[in-house]
Design a protein around this ligand. Structure first.
Ligand code: SF4
Length: 108
């Protein structure tokens, strides 16, 4: 619904559409500004969920090859920041080593 409203707004003909596109571009974070982490309550919920899933899975570790494959994807990911993932807030080196864990955006 909201996407449709934005689509309509930026595709209006003439000056109205140009102005809407300009306003939308101004809303983007300035280049180089770090992507924020989720709110603390969400990070805590994500961590709790990861620990429960890890316990339910019998605390199994990923193989070193799988862990390294995951970390290689994280290291070049736009959501990697200060050893953490900005999508879930987790410390990625720990998360990548837990067998049952998944990347929140489906990269691994
Ligand atoms: S877990 Fe996924 S989203 Fe997060 S840094 Fe790694 S590849 Fe990126």
């Amino acid at each position: 619904m909201l996407v449709g409203v934005f689509y309509e707004a930026i595709h209006l003909p003439g000056e109205a559409g140009r102005e809407n596109r300009r306003v939308l571009l101004d809303l983007r974070p300035p280049p180089g500004e770090p992507e924020p982490f989720p709110p603390l309550w969400k990070q805590a919920a994500n961590l709790a969920g990861a620990v429960v899933a890890h316990a339910a899975g019998g605390f199994k570790e990923a193989t070193p090859e799988e862990r390294d494959r995951r970390l290689a994807l994280c290291l070049v990911c736009e959501h990697w920041r200060e050893e953490r993932c900005t999508q879930c807030g987790c410390y990625v080196r720990a998360k990548a080593a837990w067998l049952e864990q998944k990347c929140p955006v489906g990269k691994w």
